[in-house]
Structure formats: C-alpha cells, structure tokens
Design a protein around this ligand. Structure first.
Ligand code: P6P
Length: 341
C-alpha cells in the first residue's frame, strides 16, 4: 500500500555517507571510512547544538560565558558549549589528529593518534552575537586528509582550501539544515525533530542558472572600502534592473541564501580591517568549497579563495562569493584598479 505523503524510504545523513563512500570505492577503488565516522560525529554535534540553541532561553544558555576568544571577542555561553561538543565528538572518533576552532587560540593536536589522517577546522557557532534576538546562527566546518605519517602537526591543516576533502555548514533557523560536500556535488539535509535525523532534501543541487539580483554586505562599512569595491557598488546601483539588498549579518544565513537564490555575498577588507573580518581557514575556505561545488565562485577580490595558503590559524581574508558572473565582475574591477585604468 502506498502512502505518498509519508516518507517510507528516508535518506538519512548516515545512509548518504555510506552511499557516498560506496560510490567513491566503486569509482576510485578507495574508501574513506574514517571520513564517514567524522561526518557522522559532526551530525551528532549539530543535533546537540541545535537543541541547545532552540532551548537556550529556558535553560539559561543566553549571555556571556565569561571568557574571550583569540580575537578578544566575548565568548557566549553557547559558543563555549558548541565548541566543547565539537571537540568531544571529534576526539571520540579517534580519527582526528588536529582540530582548529575559532574558539581556541591554538590548534588541538591529539597525540598518540598517528594512524589518524584527518584535520577538522571549524567555527562551532558562527554569528552567536545574534543569538539573543533569535537571528539564525550556524556551524561551519572543513576537513583535510593528510598523508603525514609522522606526529600530527600544525602544518597538517595550514594548507590551501582546495586540498579540503569535505566541507559543510549547519544553519540553525526556522529549520535546522546541513549543507555538505565531499568534493563532488552539494547536498542538503533537513533535521526532522520528531525523530532527530537529518533527512536528505536536495542531492547534487546547483546555484540557479538565472540568479536573483541580490547583493549582501554590510554597507555601513562602505566608506572604508577600497576603490574596486566602491566601483562595484556604483555599478550595482546603476543597473536598470534593481538589485535587492539582503544582509542577515550571520555568514551561514547569508551564504545559504546566496547558494539557493544566487547573487553575491561579500565582506571586503577596509581601512580598519586590512584583511577583512572573516577567517580564511574555517569560514572562507568551507564556504568557498561549497559555493564552487554548487557552480559559483569565491575570491578575495583578486585570487580564488581556495588557492590561498594560510600562514596562521586565525588569519582573516576578504571574500566575495556567489554567482560566477557577479564574482567575475568584482575581479574585473580589481584588475582595473591594479592596472590604474
Ligand atoms: P558585521 C558574525 O559575527 C560574523 O562573524 C559572520 O557570521 C558575519 O558574516 C559577520 O561577522 C558580520 O559582521 O561586521 O557585518 O556585523
């Protein structure tokens, strides 16, 4: 008997991960079972964090955690909670040799796990300054595989973003949604709260061929931008087809909308922040990885984000990401700036 309205064959995150690994084995003859363990663990951490975010008001989880992170930003209680949950689940896989978190000054190098081949970089709760007013927040993560058979070291993860083997984000909003890529295609999973499973809702989806005309940036900084970014904004304002401005101020939300609707999100450098605000390793790289896998582009103004190599853990970078034509237009303005034309 058919029950067309009832999902009788849900593709859970676990099933997707197994199918993805089986396809890799059939295609390349190699499996990444450890990566499957890690992605599963990230799914568990995301459900714990989603629960904490949803119930923060009733469980006294709003407000400050009493410490500051490496950037001197006051940590929220939920920042600390999310960070600890991520560290716990990743450590328990025994498959992760180095962890880098926005909330930790130094990398966490796990001794004695020389067989472990993976490094995970993450922002456990990005946008947490929005929590008290119930604006959506998110988790961002990127995963490197290393062939380094000696002791785990920092260099295992100070590598170009193009060397990541997987990246994703989780958006804690009206729905809890995970967007994930293991290198081919981008996939989306919605958390079904009735039985606590991430259920696949989109497989191998792409940014729209006809994008919405949306730009997303903090125009409050516009006077401090460089001439190329100012020229791009003038271009946008001069278009006969009006662009819409959409800016949540929470990177995961702004990127998620950009991937689904098209348009451009950017956080430029400015006179106050010479390299912008967003972190290269665990914010820009994962988002660039996903946007490119969905058919878009991501640059720092001049170069492809994924070709950059970080020199330190919490290095920042300007970023322009989204519909390829828009990103190419920004790059053209930088080319004109550099050529003095
Ligand atoms: P601004 C949130 O604090 C965050 O790190 C990103 O999620 C977001 O894109 C950006 O900062 C917003 O920064 O300066 O516009 O408030």
């Amino acid at each position: 008997m058919a029950f067309p309205e009832y999902n009788m064959d849900p593709v859970t995150l676990a099933r997707f991960i197994m199918e993805d690994d089986r396809e890799r084995r059939e295609k390349y003859g190699t499996t990444r079972t450890s990566l499957a363990f890690i992605l599963q663990a990230i799914g568990v951490a995301s459900k714990v964090i989603a629960n904490a975010v949803q119930n923060a008001g009733m469980q006294g989880l709003y407000g400050l955690g009493g410490q500051a992170n490496q950037s001197g930003e006051d940590q929220k209680k939920l920042d600390v909670l999310a960070n600890d949950v991520f560290k716990n689940v990743l450590r328990n896989t025994k498959k992760v040799r180095v962890m880098v978190s926005e909330e930790q000054d130094d990398a966490i190098v796990i001794e004695g796990l020389d067989h472990a081949r993976y490094c995970v970089v993450f922002d456990p709760l990005d946008g947490s300054s929005n929590i008290e007013c119930n604006v959506s927040v998110g988790t961002i993560f990127g995963i490197y595989h290393t062939d380094n058979k000696s002791l785990a070291e920092l260099g295992d993860c100070l590598r170009p973003g193009r060397e990541m083997v997987a990246a994703g984000y989780v958006l804690y909003s009206s729905a809890v949604v995970m967007v994930l890529s293991t290198g081919t295609g981008v996939h989306m999973f919605n958390l079904d709260p009735t039985f606590g499973e991430f259920i696949e809702t989109k497989r191998n989806f792409h940014m729209p061929a006809v994008p919405k005309l949306i730009y997303s940036c903090n125009t409050g900084n516009a006077e401090k931008w460089d001439d190329a970014t100012k020229a791009y904004m003038r271009w946008i304002k001069a278009q006969p087809k009006t662009y819409s401005a959409r800016y949540v101020g929470s990177m995961v939300s702004d990127v998620h909308r950009t991937i689904l609707y098209g348009g451009i999100f950017f956080y430029p450098a400015d006179k106050k922040n010479a390299k912008g605000k967003l972190r290269l390793l665990y914010e820009c790289f994962p988002m660039a990885f996903l946007v490119e896998a969905a058919g878009g582009k991501a640059i720092d103004g001049r170069q492809r984000i994924l070709d950059l190599t970080p020199t330190e853990l919490h290095e920042r970078s300007p970023i322009y990401l989204g519909t390829a034509d828009e990103v190419d237009r920004v790059q053209e303005f930088y080319k004109q700036l550099d050529e003095g034309t």
